[in-house]
Unconditional design. Structure first.
Length: 418
């Protein structure tokens, strides 16, 4: 008799063929690679746009590449007032203690901070992805699943999954230095989950410095990369009106991700007036566009078109200060392209060092301008970085390594609960 496969559920805010957020793509790549070994489901909301928070997808089930997707309506509470405990803001207190290197020692003695739990829960309940029906499903059906894998601490899914089924929760937090990391309710999550899987050592170290020695068992799982064959370049370049020479940003176009990149780029162009470089941005717009003749927006593109656009870029940019890994970095290095990244992001500093400078980083406008000029004018440097980058990804982000780590933890959790 054939042995029945274990049943696992990924829990994430959005999921679909046309969803291209970093955590969502990360989740999709892991889920689809586990379908041969497990019964894989995804529990998610009907929301498509995280800014609008509107339920766009229909409630119910859909099969995507062997993964059963269950969608639930998001029903956040309206923005009404709630009486806040007088003079107490635990998130601010925790942030302040972290900056003074005191949070971890205190967390070793007092691991859980739930003194203002009612108020803190309200902050989750008014989030656009808050879905009582999804969380009720987890609570009601938890015995049907061997492991739940909730994604990203930015939203309520991680907290509620661990709250209802801590012993079966394998958390992938995708965290960075951000307000959400100091949410007091996460002290429950990070000490009660069965396992926490980080993307990088920098992310893991950040969590250890926040939650201390009482944090749940944890380690590096990470993710690999998926390169779709490129679309025809001539057709793609005409379709999006792409220039001959450009630097490229790929991802969500919003203030947090872009940092000061427009100002830095225009300062560069003002100094090096002979430069033919233009700035191309690929991805969904979540802020009004910064209009300039040297700045081009493509909007959402197909994966094959994205590959082609990356291949023909001179340099790829990652200006975000907040990354837990950076999928576009893995794609860039896999395609042997040069990347310039924000050195104020600890994860990017880690990639810079571990890859033997397969990427370059900047900390100031002056750094950005000088490094970009060196990259623009030296084909030798770009080629050298490309060779190092391909080697770095193969040695550290091969899918066989990633999936074996994940399967090991799924099996460990399943056996502990059998």
């Amino acid at each position: 008799m054939k042995e029945q496969k274990r049943k696992i559920a990924f829990v994430i805010v959005r999921y679909g063929k046309d969803i291209n957020g970093g955590a969502e793509v990360h989740c999709k790549m892991l889920a689809e690679r586990l379908t041969e070994k497990y019964q894989v489901e995804v529990l998610t909301t009907c929301v498509k746009d995280y800014k609008e928070g509107t339920n766009v997808y229909p409630i119910g089930e859909e099969k995507i590449n062997g993964v059963l997707v269950r969608r639930f309506k998001a029903s956040p509470l309206s923005a009404q007032t709630i009486k806040k405990p007088l003079g107490i803001n635990l998130r601010s207190i925790r942030t302040s203690l972290y900056k003074k290197h005191l949070l971890a020692p205190i967390a070793n003695i007092f691991p859980i901070w739930n003194w203002t739990k009612k108020y803190n829960l309200y902050s989750y309940k008014k989030n656009v992805f808050y879905s009582p029906s999804l969380f009720s499903y987890i609570k009601k059906h938890k015995d049907e699943y061997d492991v739940f894998i909730p994604f990203t601490i930015d939203f309520p899914m991680v907290y509620y999954t661990v709250h209802y089924v801590p012993e079966k929760s394998l958390v992938i937090p995708t965290m960075h230095y951000q307000r959400a990391a100091f949410h007091p309710l996460l002290t429950e999550t990070f000490t009660k989950a069965a396992y926490i899987g980080f993307n990088t050592q920098a992310e893991e170290k950040l969590a250890e410095n926040i939650f201390g020695k009482r944090m749940s068992p944890h380690g590096i799982i990470s993710v690999g990369t998926e390169i779709v064959p490129p679309a025809d370049w001539e057709h793609t370049s005409i379709k999006y009106n792409l220039p001959q020479e450009y630097i490229l940003y790929v991802g969500r176009i919003d203030k947090d991700k872009l940092d000061s990149i427009f100002q830095y780029f225009l300062a560069y162009k003002n100094l090096y007036k002979d430069s033919q470089l233009k700035l191309v941005l690929v991805g969904g717009l979540f802020v009004p566009p910064f209009k300039h003749p040297d700045i081009i927006y493509t909007g959402f593109v197909e994966e094959s078109e994205k590959t082609s656009i990356i291949e023909h870029a001179k340099i790829i940019l990652n200006p975000s200060r907040n990354e837990s890994l950076s999928l576009i970095l893995l794609e860039t290095l896999s395609l042997k392209k040069a990347m310039l990244a924000n050195g104020k992001c600890n994860v990017m500093k880690e990639h810079f060092k571990k890859s033997n400078h397969a990427i370059q980083i900047y900390h100031t406008p002056k750094d950005f301008i000088s490094t970009l000029h060196e990259l623009e004018t030296s084909e030798t440097l770009r080629k050298e970085m490309g060779e190092k980058g391909e080697k770095y990804v193969k040695e550290n982000y091969d899918w066989s390594i990633i999936i074996n780590r994940l399967i090991t933890q799924i099996e460990n959790i399943s056996k502990q609960n059998s």
